[in-house]
Design a protein around this ligand. Structure first.
Ligand SMILES: C[S@@+](CC[C@H](N)C(=O)[O-])C[C@H]1O[C@@H](n2cnc3c(N)ncnc32)[C@H](O)[C@@H]1O
Length: 232
């Protein structure tokens, strides 16, 4: 090692590839050189889950829809395609994702009907009581204290507004090596308790299964669910 030149040592870092810890950190908040690549990978692996959630949301004409953790905003156009005159807000706390979401959705931003925000769901930069439906996909794993996020989501929702969260199941997450670095997993019944302690009624939960995914030679069952909670 001591005989290696600086350049050889630098190259070996890049050759070794990201560790599970790096992957976990990127999924929590895509950043730096890997951010766009990570976002593209997420787009590939999560497209089915997006379709599943948006199909269950029953989006109506002229509704206001907010996505928390929209990453590069690749699927925001799917929300607009669900009904007429829908106002969409996308929120993400990664500056890299915010910039890329603006780039990918430039037309819609210029035409109106879309607002993008850099910020966290603990402090949503929107007025109170204006959102019909809020949703997030693969985000709640990273909430240290769900109460802080649910309070804000409750605040921006209209009376009777709905919140949807979709996640991989604890069984599936448990087989993904990177999830040991800071991912929290819950069964739907656990979410029921959490949301009902925070002024929501837990109204539904739907299971979603996709073909197994292979990670490092191991087949991972791809089981997810989405729950629905109504603002009280
Ligand atoms: C695992 S990625 C999921 C991205 C996308 N929803 C998907 O399923 O493909 C999590 C995304 O949520 C963002 N995020 C995580 N916690 C957040 C928070 N508290 N507020 C806003 N964005 C958050 C991250 O920056 C990242 O873009």
């Amino acid at each position: 090692m001591e005989n290696q030149s600086f350049m050889q040592r630098l190259l070996s870092v890049f050759r070794s590839g990201p560790t599970d810890k790096d992957i976990a950190a990127q999924l929590r908040k895509p950043s730096g050189k890997m951010a766009l690549q990570v976002a593209n990978k997420m787009n590939e692996s999560n497209a089915g889950l997006y379709n599943f959630v948006l199909d269950h949301m029953d989006i109506l004409n002229s509704q206001v829809i907010m996505e928390i953790g929209c990453a590069n905003g690749k699927f925001l156009e799917k929300i607009h395609a669900k009904a007429r005159d829908v106002q969409v807000y996308g929120l993400d706390y990664s500056p890299e994702m915010f910039a890329e979401a603006k780039r990918l959705n430039r037309q819609k931003l210029d035409a109106g009907g879309l607002g993008l925000y850099l910020g966290s769901s603990e402090a949503i930069p929107l007025a109170s009581g204006i959102v019909d439906q809020a949703f997030c996909i693969n985000v709640v794993y990273f909430w240290e204290a769900p109460v802080d996020h649910l309070r804000e989501i409750h605040r921006v929702l209209k009376p009777g507004g709905r919140f949807y969260a979709a996640v991989r199941t604890p069984e599936t997450l448990g087989k993904m090596p990177f999830t040991r670095y800071g991912f929290k997993s819950y069964e739907p019944e656990q979410w029921k308790k959490v949301v009902e302690a925070n002024n929501f009624r837990f109204t539904n939960s739907w299971a979603f299964t996709e073909p197994d995914l292979e990670i490092k030679g191991e087949k991972i069952p791809m089981k997810s669910y989405c729950f629905e909670a109504v603002k009280l």
